[in-house]
Write a protein that binds this ligand. Structure first.
Ligand SMILES: [Zn+2]
Length: 380
């Protein structure tokens, strides 16, 4: 309440000044309506009735070039404070005034669009910004907002169109963003069982950003859905050259392809190579599995023991504990299980390089900063 009163003081002062200046200019003898209104508004304010005070002050202020900034500033303040309904009412009032200039109307319309976005009324915001896209001054702002709206509405084709428009406006290429939008379109086409369109979008994504790991992951998923494991393996192995930090993330997809194709020797060599070049616990874990599968328990345990001595990191210790847990006495088993639990709780798999958001799932679009392709695996 007190904050609103403080917030309104500049408006009250401005409306008082405006009323007084009009009064002296006109040299009227009778008290003006502006004066009456000003004191009425002030009275509401003092009696802690800010809503009524707002209405009085807004009505009191004639909308013209001198007062428009006050109206717009007040509207912005309302929106920032989360009082979106008041902001909407104020901006709608402004737009309804016939005497305002075209540019002022456009500015107010822009503010109303932002109010609608804040209120989650995306359809209304969209029609406003589509109108403002034709305004020379507000065009850039409108394109940015439309891009944001189409993303929120998951209208990926329109979002991609507006991302291209944004590139032209900012004179800055955005290959990572665009490739992810084409990946979204590929997923959409695939869900509609249009695999030709899906593959075309994936090609487009890779043409724009040759390091787009996600495009190859989706390619592999589509091929696996068609039981084409040869094609799936070809696609998913490309991520080694794109960004090898993602190999442990999709290592089970790769293993599945090798298994389906009965390529046990190649699977062994691949996993041996990954664990040799990668500190990842998952890579190590899968190599230990293949050692057990194709060699022996003893060899796997000896290998893990050796690795732990060379590089005593937590992840390896966890693996060792998991492996050895059934071969130990009861008290040691309890101790090892405790270690496993503690290590599992400390594990964090992904982090956004843009905002630092951490998660256990891979999000191609960061849930916190909403940037595409900024979430990366943390090696554990
Ligand atoms: Zn982020």
């Amino acid at each position: 309440m007190f904050e609103i009163a403080i917030m309104l003081l500049p408006v009250a002062a401005a409306s008082g000044w405006y009323a007084a200046s009009k009064h002296y200019k006109a040299k009227e003898k009778r008290p003006t309506n502006e004066h009456k209104g000003y004191f009425k508004g002030l009275n509401f304010l003092l009696n802690e009735q800010p809503d009524k005070a707002i209405s009085v002050f807004i009505d009191l202020l004639e909308v013209d070039d001198e007062t428009i900034e006050i109206h717009l500033a007040l509207g912005t303040l309302f929106r920032q404070r989360g009082e979106v309904e008041k902001a909407i009412r104020l901006h709608q009032n402004l737009i309804a005034r016939p005497q305002i200039s075209q540019q002022i109307r456009s500015n107010a319309l822009n503010e109303l669009g932002l109010d609608y976005m804040r209120a989650g009324l995306l359809d209304r915001a969209e029609s406003i910004f589509l109108e403002l896209e034709n305004d020379v001054v507000l065009k850039c702002q409108a394109v940015k907002q439309l891009f944001s709206i189409f993303q929120q509405e998951k209208e990926w084709l329109k979002a991609a169109d507006y991302a291209v428009k944004l590139e032209a406006i900012d004179r800055r290429k955005q290959p990572i963003l665009l490739s992810h939008l084409y990946c979204q379109l590929a997923l959409l086409s695939n869900a509609e069982l249009d695999r030709v369109a899906a593959r075309n979008y994936l090609k487009k994504a890779l043409r724009i950003d040759s390091s787009c790991v996600r495009a190859n992951v989706i390619s592999a998923e589509i091929a696996m859905a068609e039981s084409d494991y040869k094609e799936a393996l070809k696609a998913i192995l490309k991520i080694q050259d794109q960004d090898e930090r993602f190999v442990p993330v999709f290592i089970d997809v790769i293993i599945n392809c090798f298994n389906q194709l009965d390529m046990s020797k190649k699977k062994f060599d691949f996993l041996a190579g990954v664990q040799a070049n990668n500190q990842s616990t998952i890579a190590m874990s899968r190599f230990v599995d293949v050692l057990i599968e194709q060699k022996s328990n003893k060899e796997a345990l000896a290998f893990l023991h050796e690795k732990l001595l060379q590089n005593p990191q937590k992840g390896y210790l966890k693996l060792y504990a998991e492996f050895d847990v059934d071969n130990t006495g009861e008290s040691e088993s309890v101790f090892l299980r405790g270690v496993i639990k503690q290590l599992a709780e400390e594990e964090q798999s992904f982090k956004c390089r843009q905002c630092g958001f951490s998660s256990v799932d891979l999000n191609w679009c960061c849930p916190s900063c909403k940037d595409w392709g900024t979430v990366e695996p943390i090696l554990t």
